[in-house]
Design a protein around this ligand. Structure first.
Ligand SMILES: Nc1ncnc2c1ncn2[C@@H]1O[C@H](COP(=O)(O)OP(=O)(O)OP(=O)(O)O)[C@@H](O)[C@H]1O
Ligand SMILES: [Mg+2]
Length: 335
């Protein structure tokens, strides 16, 4: 097994179709790390994965996977990676076992060795009782689990998961998250995943790159990303409808004391280091200025807040052509 520190090193990576799908992107992923690309539809996630996995040639820039240059040594790269594509590539007419068998043979496994690997991977994704059923009878979640099993058959060191849980119910999603965590823990696998589910990136990834319009706009651990916008968010709702003069006045006072204050849909938003310390201070100020506050609430910032902070829009708003019906139809092979 080759020794390397960085599983993936991407430098100034660019892909131009009609416009730039990926635009001067650089990052490094350490061995054993779970790294997530979080971004809306069309951000450039799949294009980046396709280039790293040797399926697409970069317009410019360089990529090393386990130290191998992807353009000069594509076969070395392919031998040590596993991929779960965004769209299903299973053979629907074959059984689960047969799908895995073909994949194993392509990678040079055979005999008992292959049989044992297939059985152990089917067990890993809890499909051992469905081995001999044809895939077209599988639910979306079962297919996704089978694809994960297939990607693991040849014992890859680095695994790519392009939107591993898109369109799945919460229970199946949490199963898949569990498999991903086990792959890291039990096999010390490096995992690169893409998602537009913020909670998925947050709960799984050691580090996250937020990508928008082909560019990485922020990169770091969840805590590092959240600290970009202050630690807690406090929300104030007033009892009366306020005229614009009043709103201006309140904002001025809040900004004087806390900075970082805003009004969104009639609710005041204040970013502070520690809400527990700031809320009593807000009541003091309210009393002094005879403010009639109806509701106070607070929460920790989410990755969506980080995205809004950086782009002015939420991830969902940005992915304007996000069409769940279309995605489901595509998954069922109807498009
Ligand atoms: N083969 C192609 N030819 C032309 N344009 C392409 C091609 N593949 C992707 N693009 C464009 O590149 C941009 C990035 O697409 P990509 O599929 O990488 O986005 P994504 O982040 O994976 O989005 P999604 O969340 O919808 O999967 C999009 O504007 C897309 O239309
Ligand atoms: Mg994609």
């Amino acid at each position: 097994m080759k020794k390397y520190k960085y599983a993936i090193e991407v430098k100034n990576l660019t892909k131009k179709f009609e416009t730039f799908a990926v635009n001067d992107v650089s990052f490094k992923i350490k061995k054993g790390e779970i790294f997530a690309f979080l971004g809306p539809n069309g951000a450039g996630k799949t294009t980046t994965i396709n280039m790293i996995t040797t399926l697409l040639r970069p317009t410019s820039g360089s990529i090393k996977v386990a130290g191998y240059d992807t353009v000069k040594h594509p076969n070395d790269v392919r031998n040590i990676i596993g991929i779960v594509f965004q769209d299903s590539t299973l053979d629907r007419e074959l059984t689960a076992y047969e799908n895995l068998y073909i994949h194993g043979r392509i990678y040079g496994y055979r005999g008992d060795d292959l049989k044992n690997r297939i059985n152990s991977m089917l067990k890993f994704v809890e499909l051992e009782n469905h081995a001999n059923k044809v895939v077209k009878t599988f639910s979306g979640g079962m297919k996704r689990r089978l694809e994960i099993a297939r990607s693991l058959i040849h014992n890859p060191e680095i695994l790519f998961l392009d939107e591993p849980t898109i369109g799945l119910d919460p229970q199946t999603r949490s199963h898949i998250w569990e498999y991903i965590e086990r792959m890291k823990k039990e096999y010390n696998m490096t995992i690169f995943l893409t998602t537009h589910y913020m909670e998925e990136a947050e709960s799984l990834a050691d580090r996250i790159a937020i990508i928008d319009n082909g560019k990485i706009i922020a990169i770091g651990t969840v805590d590092e990303l959240k600290s970009m916008i202050g630690n807690d968010m406090i929300y104030l709702k007033f009892a009366n409808n306020l005229d614009s003069e009043c709103v201006k006045n309140i904002l001025n006072i809040l900004n004087e004391h806390f900075g970082n204050s805003n009004i969104i849909n009639g609710i005041f938003e204040i970013r502070v280091k520690n809400a527990n310390e700031s809320i009593p201070k807000i009541f003091e100020i309210a009393l002094k200025n005879s403010w009639k506050i109806l509701e106070v609430s607070y929460r920790k910032p989410t990755l969506n807040d980080v995205f809004i902070h950086l782009t002015g829009k939420s991830i969902r708003e940005r992915g304007g052509n996000f069409d769940m019906k279309k995605i489901f139809a595509k998954r069922r092979g109807m498009l």
